[in-house]
Design a protein. Sequence first.
Length: 433
Amino acid sequence: GALLTVYLGVVIAALVLVNKVGVRAWTAARAAWAEQMGFLEERFAGTEDIRGIGAEQHQQRRLAGLMLNLLRSARAGWLANALGHVVSNFLFIVGYAMGLAIGATLYLNGQATIGTAFMIVAYIGMLATPIDALHDIAEQLQQATAGVNRVSELLALRPRARDEGRAELPAGPLSVQFDGVSFAYRDEDTPAADATESDSLILREVSFMLAPGRTLGVLGRTGSGKTTLTRLLLRLYDADSGAIRLGGTEIRAVPFERLRARVGLVTQDVQLFGATLRENITLFDETVPDAAIEDALDKLGILDWARGLPQGLDTLLEPGGGGMSAGEAQLLAFARILLRDPGLVILDEAASRLDPLTERRLERAIEHLLGDDGRRRTAIVIAHRLRTVQAADDILILEGGEVAEFGPHAALAADPESRFNRLLRAGLEEALA
Ligand code: ATP
Ligand code: MG
């Protein structure tokens, strides 16, 4: 009995060792699998661009590389499983041999009957089924442990912006204040101090104050940090230094949910989902009544267009906005915001040019979005076209992440020395291109 127990201990220890190797291999295989899936998803979304520049071959070669990687790591996993098989079978044979040897020796020395010798061997044989079962379980455990490892890695990721505030934002239009805000995009391991010291700063000491109900036109060359500014306002990232206040409240003190309910953002490229028109506007909130949706569409001047669709609000849109023009997608994004009635609206104008008809439609829609009935919302409009800034009360010009100029529209336009004036004279489109 003691011998058999020791023997079983050796078998289990060997299986545990093999298991460790297996878990490592399967974790790598899972990662390779995820990488391949991510690659496929991204390439399918970009099919048009890939075909457009004739990069199919290149993408296929990269996919082949990823598949090879997956094959190698999965093969290592299966090899670890096979190793488990070999080890447990080998130990079993060793056990049999030992049992036979002991039984034979005892019998030949006259210390045991043939029955006892046979029994020793038979007992070892009885261990075969449980050892096999243990090995099977170990195999499943390897893959499961690898899966759990990957999930724990993901769950351990923490966003740098923490949702810990409890403060409220005031009702009505919100004032916006940037107070010496600096920011750099950095990866997980770079400490804030390093990023702030290096010249990787995307925003440098940005300060300005926008009174409630006013519209700010933001201008700047491509890459000057305009979109980044809007991301900080929604706390998609936190500033590295300085403070941002909405309605006088520091935004870090406001819970994400309340902040994002009061700030409406239309991004440069609007995301549409493979769902109905209604769901795309309400963002899957079923409590929004159709009357409210139609009211919003009416204000934006696209109610007739929506009614003209084959199934009205129930028309299925293609994922990624297929079958929708850029202008129409923008108008749908406006409708999303109108429904939520925010205190600050941010429009990040698409850099692409629209046809004059859509442009006029958008302009009228923007007017409605920024407020009606004498109740204006505060707005930040990032403009790539002159017409868009013409309605702005204040103008902010960003240059390389720094505020190059900030002031009331009329004053800057009248001052012949101002950058804004120069931009106007040079023709904004050409100057910002
Ligand atoms: P555009 O007029 O083309 O929209 P922009 O003024 O909005 O330009 P931003 O998108 O704010 O420019 O980008 C500012 C800089 O930050 C760019 O140099 C860009 O490469 C960098 N950047 C933007 N987003 C990221 C990101 N997620 N990670 C790292 N760097 C980024
Ligand atoms: Mg941008």
